[in-house]
Write a protein that binds this ligand. Structure first.
Ligand SMILES: [Cu+2]
Length: 137
């Protein structure tokens, strides 16, 4: 009887382990996992977007965080996006100037054409505060 109880205990432990492993697989393998990329606006490197270039897929999100030397914003350059579509550039842009501690996000539209999307910070463009979102196919 002692042996049966021991085997039953071991089997139930094994079953629990299998259920946990299989369950964790479903938790981590979330469907087509969209990513969020964070870009710092103004760092101890000065008036920069850091990182300067992020490569994303449609459905991913870019989060811009105001760092040093605010205010900052993000204006997509209509002449430097794949379709030169002013409405698209405007819809992607965050023209409101944001002060320290603020952040804002952009989810790349599912139908965004692949290519390079260059942007700048309006008050600091002349100082070289420019960045790029590369939308991969
Ligand atoms: Cu700026």
């Amino acid at each position: 009887m002692k042996l049966v109880a021991s085997v039953t205990r071991r089997l139930s432990l094994l079953l629990c382990t299998v259920l946990l492993v299989v369950g964790s697989f479903f938790l981590t393998a979330s469907p087509a996992s969209a990513e969020t990329y964070t870009v710092k606006m103004g760092t101890n490197k000065g008036l920069v977007f850091d990182p300067k270039v992020v490569t994303v897929k449609p459905g991913d999100t870019v989060k811009w965080e105001v760092g040093n030397l605010p205010p900052h914003n993000v204006v997509f350059d209509v002449s430097k996006i794949p379709t030169q579509d002013k409405a698209l550039a405007d819809s992607l842009s965050h023209k409101k100037l944001e002060s320290g501690g603020k952040s804002f996000e952009l989810t790349i539209p599912a139908d965004a054409p692949a290519g390079d999307y260059s942007y700048f910070c309006l008050p600091h463009r002349g100082a070289g505060m420019v960045g790029k979102v590369v939308v991969a196919a």
